[in-house]
Each structure stands twice: as C-alpha cells, then as structure tokens.
Design a binder for this molecule. Sequence first.
Ligand SMILES: Nc1ncnc2c1ncn2[C@@H]1O[C@H](COP(=O)(O)OP(=O)(O)OP(=O)(O)O)[C@@H](O)[C@H]1O
Ligand SMILES: [Mg+2]
Length: 281
Amino acid sequence: MQAINFENVKFSYSDAEENAFALRDVSFSVEEGEFLAILGHNGSGKSTLARLINKLLEPDEGKITVFGMDVSDPKNTFEVRKSVGIVFQNPDNQMVASIVEDDVAFGPENIGVEREEIGRRIDYALDAVGMQAFRHGTPTRLSGGQKQRIAIAGVLAIKPKIIIMDESTAMLDPRGRKEVMDVVLKLNKEEKLTVIMITHFMEEALLADRAIVMNRGEIVMQGAPKEIFSREEDLETYNLTLPAVSAISKALRAGGMDVQATVSLEELAKEIEECVSKRKI
Ligand SMILES: Nc1ncnc2c1ncn2[C@@H]1O[C@H](COP(=O)(O)OP(=O)(O)OP(=O)(O)O)[C@@H](O)[C@H]1O
Ligand SMILES: [Mg+2]
C-alpha cells in the first residue's frame, strides 16, 4: 500500500516574498515499509516537505495523502497526525519530562490512550530502542544518542506507521549516530515501519532503499542511493558532498588510476588491487 503520496504540491510561507515557493511542484510517493532518504542542501525544502506530511503545514496547491487519507480533510487530521511521527534535530528540545518513562508517556497521554495501555507502550517503545534500563532515569543525564533514542521511543509510543527523522543524527557524535541508525534500520526491517530520513550524511542515505534529492523546492533526482551517488556531476550541481568511498575513488581517477565510481569499500579495494597488479605486469 502507498504510505504517502504528493501530487503537484506547492507551498509558500506566508511571510515569504511573492512567488518564493518553499516547495514548487512536488510529486512523489512512498510505499509502506520503504526506507526513503531525502537529501538536499540547506533551504531546499526538506523540512517543509516533512511538516506537510503530518499536517504541521498545509499546502497552497496539490494533494497529499497518507495511507489513502486526504490530509486536507479535517476529519483525517487526528489519524494523520497519529500515523506520522517526526523526530527532530536537537535532542534537548524534545525532552518534556524529568523521568524517561514520563517522557515516553507524553505522546500517548496526549491522545487519550488509557493508563494500562500506556504502560505497555512504554515497555514496547523502550525495548525497541534498547533503553529499558534507563526507564526511571533522568533524560538530561543521557548522551545525545541515548536522548534521540528516547525521542524515537516517544514517537513509537504513539504507534505511528511512518517515522520521519529530520536530521535527527546531525548533532550526534559517530557513536550516537550509529546507535540511532541501528534502531531505525531495525524498526524498518523488523516492524515494517516506513522511514523517511532527512540527512546531510551520505553514508546514512546509502542505507536507504531509495533517495530523493531536493533543490530549490523541487525534486531533482530520485533512485537507488548507489545510482544517485554515481552521478557525481549532478551532485556537484546540487551542492551535495560525495560519500567517502566515492570521493576517494574520484580522487584516484583524477590521479590517473582507472577505477570505476563506486560507493562500496570492498569494490574499490578490488579495483585498486586490479590496477596495481596490472601495473606490475
Ligand atoms: N518558518 C518559516 N518562515 C518563512 N520561511 C521559511 C520558514 N521555514 C523555512 N523557510 C524557507 O523555506 C525554504 C525551505 O526551507 P526548509 O527549512 O524546508 O529547508 P531544508 O531543506 O529543511 O533546509 P536545512 O537543510 O537547512 O534544514 C527556505 O528558503 C527557507 O528559508
Ligand atoms: Mg531542515
């Protein structure tokens, strides 16, 4: 089933200059269970797109559906908001309570889930992010990665079908980023949660099933991450960096070594080996 569908969506902020659209004419869809990465330089419209999905913003034109529900229909607002959870960038801004379990309970309490069920959901959500041991702890004492896992647990406690990570790893150290990515990948693979990952880290995008690239409010590339990262010139045009392995292979080519563009470290190593052995002969 289609989890999200955008049809010719346009959006401008009310205080923006005339004709300054944050989203120009955006059409795309996401299948249930898919892991989609959204890339694009600063101001390209990624967060605006995310906020339109769960109705924090409403489009000026076009149609958005979430699991077939038209988001512009007020009758669907509650269901749509429940179906789509967003985890934001700053872990400190997302903590609302002074005890971890109260923080996770905040979302379900807000939508009127009954007490016993809330207890079950806290259990499930903390297990899912590997933070059960911190249940009675204080969020402020946690590392950035742990805080983001609590933020994810808070979203999971609402039982969404779609989770949007809006640069949720941007403020984390490499270890925190890995913790969060591992949790997200597990939820995607094991719970079939639909994931939308907005990121500036190309290595994270490589883990997705599909990626879209935004530029000035438009989708300018979409496809398998590997395929997108092989289009080096286009990426340069849209101001994106290459994943580390692609950058190394590009530098080697510039230095006269005949290696193919690749995102896989194993493939690159094999190609270098071949080049070196050919030279020996
Ligand atoms: N609250 C707002 N009011 C007015 N304009 C805004 C607002 N939020 C974003 N914009 C403008 O809308 C456009 C798209 O912004 P958006 O935040 O969606 O980009 P982004 O791709 O998420 O960028 P970043 O990578 O910096 O997070 C930009 O031109 C931005 O300046
Ligand atoms: Mg943003």
